[in-house]
Design a protein around this ligand. Structure first.
Ligand code: GRF
Length: 193
């Protein structure tokens, strides 16, 4: 059976969408582990509830970047993933991990990239910027991860309207609902290729 490793730093609602899809058979694969850089996040509770192995690895807990990266690479390699999914992971993926898994790392971003992507565009900041710019539509993007933030090849996008009275929270909710549909669908497509 194919194996997925998920990286998450927060609530993990996309992680949950992946869990649900593997359990219902919409994704024919197993989640072999969750990597996070933070303890006390909801994503960890979700992993525990579904008996998914967890590894908490933060660069701050290591004397050197090299030690951190080595541990990260060892853990990910041990879990032997066919696909690595960044589902709300806020740390940069080290270049040497990216080069070990070419075209096997994907990310979901809550905007229509290349707009509103790159360093500093995360969470509510993305939706605030979209509303401030008076965009008529926004959405989400699944893309391959390369050495630069949010710049790898785009795999798929889903659009949502931006409504006249939208607050960033409203738009975030609308986009997130689409993310939960798009991400499992794309994971399944990639794994079946
Ligand atoms: C999502 O909006 C995703 O696009 C972005 O981070 C957020 C994660 O949300 N990369 P969640 O933790 O999956 O609920």
């Amino acid at each position: 059976m194919k194996q997925i490793v998920v990286f998450a730093s927060g609530s993990g609602s996309n992680f949950q969408a992946i869990i649900d899809a593997t359990e219902s058979g919409r994704i024919d694969a197993k989640i072999s582990g969750l990597i996070t850089n933070r303890s006390g996040i909801k994503a960890l509770q979700r992993a525990k509830k579904h008996n998914i192995p967890i590894r908490i690895l933060s660069p701050n807990d290591f004397y050197s970047t090299q030690d951190y990266e080595q541990q990260l690479i060892t853990q990910v390699t041990d879990w032997n993933p066919d696909l690595i999914v960044l589902a709300g992971y806020l740390k940069k993926i080290p270049d040497n991990l990216v080069s070990l898994f070419p075209n096997k790392i994907i990310n979901i971003h809550p905007s229509l990239l290349p707009k509103y992507g790159g360093k500093g565009f995360y969470g509510m900041r993305v939706h605030k910027a979209v509303i401030q710019a008076k965009e008529k539509e926004s959405g989400c993007t699944v893309h391959f991860v390369d050495a630069e933030y949010d710049r790898g090849d785009i795999i798929a996008q889903e659009k949502v309207p931006v409504l006249p009275d939208d607050q960033p929270e409203d738009l975030a909710r609308r986009v997130l609902t689409r993310e939960h549909q798009l991400l499992p669908e794309i994971i399944s497509k990639i794994l079946n290729q």
